[in-house]
Each structure stands twice: as structure tokens, then as C-alpha cells.
Design a protein around this ligand. Structure first.
Ligand code: UDP
Length: 307
């Protein structure tokens, strides 16, 4: 069996590649390395194609499954690469769906909790349509992912492509990019360097963090289920950003002070998945407690930083 992972050199994509290889799949990775890193694949025997998915995709030979993970995903990255992010989530997704049509294979699309925007319903169920600012700074990502979801559903409805959509909530673990600006790498590297831990706003905003191995398990189970509507994948345990700062500081045993910085525009106040559908459809739920996953992640960062 042969799979194609777009964005396979990224954080989640590379963990997925590793898992599929372990299960005996051949893996082709397509990535333009705009936020992914080749080192993430260093120990993995994948076929690597360096290209932007906005250019037409041609892959020789049979393909049995496509996993579409290519896109900048951290707020700093997608705001820096705004137009590229919109292109990836529209032209890029279309190219990926055309490849699925050509190869007559299923395709799984990595969507995001950002489709719910700054949600007015809490926790978020898949049937909530979201509260997205279509012209705000996050719209380059949110609307790209929402458009991709619409395109995926259209390819399913009009062309009979066998599609899946997972909506991924905040995920963390080894191989996150150290300087991607997200809360997990920021707090961990700041705590390890004994630098101030930068809490944006008053830190009362909530997030729910899923360890990457739990997420990958959910994705792999989703591959075997013929469900075309979106399924949330994430950890239903929510923590405030301020409590998260104290948690990281505690595990690292760091003397870093906690400092407060302005809250970015349209930063969602709360985010927590309702995973009832995933539980029912996949028999799945996260099993790694936040503290355990953080210890693993911190150890990995410590090694990466040569500490
Ligand atoms: N955040 C923070 N300090 C940082 C980086 C992020 O307080 O150094 C906050 C950010 O404002 C948001 C939350 O942490 O409320 C999660 O941000 P992240 O960029 O990881 O991803 P998001 O969940 O917003 O997509």
C-alpha cells in the first residue's frame, strides 16, 4: 500500500509518516519546506518530492491513500505567509483532490479548529458553523481551511471522491518548530532559557492540548471509516494559557518570570473539542495526560537546544 502525505515534512505530517511506515505503508512526502523541515524525515525511508502543491501534482505509480496536511499552521507562520496560505488552501487543495480523482483513491483533509473562529458555542461540536472574521488577520488561514472543506465536500458530492475531513485542535509534541511562535514552543524554550514567559492578554483564554501520538492514532482510525463529514480530533481537557505557563514553568523547574504582552487580534477566547463523534465513530479518545506529554516534549526541546 502506498500513501502520499502533503506537508509530510511538518510536525504532524512527519509523525504520521513514521506511523504509516511502521504499519507497512510506503510513504511519498510532498512538501515545499516553507515551514516543514527535511530533518523531520531524516530517519524515515520516505520518497521525498520537494514541491509546492499549488503547482500541478504528478505522482508516478499507484497511490492508495492521500493525506493532505500541507499548509502553514501556526498563527505567526500563516500571517507571514498569508497569500501562500490562501493559495495552498484553495489551488493546492484542488490539485490534491484532482490527484485523488486521477488515482481513484481516498483523501483525508487536515482541517482545523480554526474553522470555528472565536467560537460562541462551547465546547465545539462539528455541527457548529463557527464565528470567523472573514477579513481579519487570521482569515488567511481560517477561510483557506473553510474553503478547502467546501471543496473536499464538493469533490465528494459531484465526483464521488472518497473523502475524509478531520478538524485538528491544538496539538503538541516533539518536532514542533522551535520558533514557530506558538504557545508550546514559546513557553518551553523560554522556561528552559530562564527567559520571561510571554503570556498574551491576561492569560484567561483557554486551549486544549492533544499529544501528537494521540492525534495520529485518531487520524489512522479515520482512514478506515467511510465518514465524509468533519470529525473533531483533539483533547477535551481545557486549560487557561496562564495555568499552562505555570505548568510548563513547574515541570522545567524554571525561575523564569511570567510577563504579559498584548493579546493578538481575534485570538479565540476559548477552544475545546466535543469529541462525541470521534468516540462513537472511531472508538477514540486521547490517552496521554498533558503533564506526561509535556515532559516528553520538554525533553526533546532540551536535547534540540543542546542543554
Ligand atoms: N500565546 C501566549 N504566549 C505566546 C504564544 C501564544 O500567551 O508566547 C497564546 C495565544 O495568544 C493563544 C494561545 O496562547 O491564546 C495559543 O496560541 P497558539 O499560537 O499556540 O495557537 P492558537 O491556538 O491561537 O492557534
Amino acid at each position: 500500500m502506498r500513501s502520499v502525505i502533503t506537508g509530510g515534512a511538518g510536525f504532524i505530517g512527519s509523525h504520521l509518516a513514521e506511523r504509516l511506515l511502521k504499519e507497512g505503508w510506503d510513504v511519498v512526502v510532498v512538501d515545499n519546506l516553507c515551514t516543514g523541515k527535511k530533518e523531520n524525515l531524516a530517519t524515515l525511508p520516505v520518497e521525498f518530492i520537494e514541491q509546492d502543491i499549488c503547482d500541478p501534482l504528478s505522482i508516478e505509480g499507484d497511490v492508495d491513500f492521500i493525506l493532505h496536511f500541507a499548509s502553514p499552521a501556526s498563527p505567526e507562520d500563516y500571517m507571514r505567509l498569508g497569500v501562500e496560505t490562501l493559495a495552498t488552501g484553495s489551488i493546492g487543495t484542488r490539485n490534491v483532490l484532482e490527484l485523488a480523482r486521477e488515482k481513484r483513491c481516498p483523501v483525508l483533509f487536515a482541517s482545523t479548529s480554526e474553522v470555528y473562529g472565536d467560537p460562541l458555542v462551547h465546547p465545539q461540536r462539528e455541527d457548529y458553523w463557527g464565528n470567523v472574521n472573514p477579513v481579519g488577520p487570521r482569515s488567511v488561514y481560517d477561510e483557506a481551511k473553510r474553503f478547502s472543506e467546501a471543496l473536499v465536500m464538493a469533490y465528494h458530492r459531484y465526483y464521488g471522491v472518497d473523502t475524509r475531513i478531520v478538524r485538528i485542535f491544538n496539538t503538541y509534541g516533539p518536532r514542533m518548530r522551535m520558533n514557530d511562535g506558538r504557545v508550546v514552543p514559546n513557553f518551553i524554550t523560554q522556561a528552559l532559557r530562564r527567559e520571561p514567559i510571554t503570556v498574551y492578554g491576561d492569560g484567561t483564554q483557554g486551549r486544549s492540548f492533544c499529544y501528537v501520538s494521540d492525534l495520529v492514532e485518531g487520524i489512522v482510525r479515520m482512514m478506515d471509516v467511510g465518514e465524509h463529514y468533519p470529525v473533531n480530533l483533539g483533547n477535551p481537557e481545557e486549560i487557561s494559557v496562564l495555568d499552562f505557563a505555570y505548568l510548563v514553568k513547574g515541570i522545567v523547574e524554571s525561575e523564569s518570570p511570567i510577563v504579559f504582552k498584548p493579546l493578538p487580534q481575534d485570538d479565540p477566547k476559548r477552544r475545546r473539542p466535543d469529541i462525541t463523534r470521534a468516540r462513537k465513530l472511531l472508538g477514540w479518545e486521547p490517552v496521554v495526560p498533558l503533564k506526561e506529554g509535556l515532559k516528553e516534549t520538554i525533553e526533546w526541546f532540551r536535547r534540540e537546544m543542546g542543554l
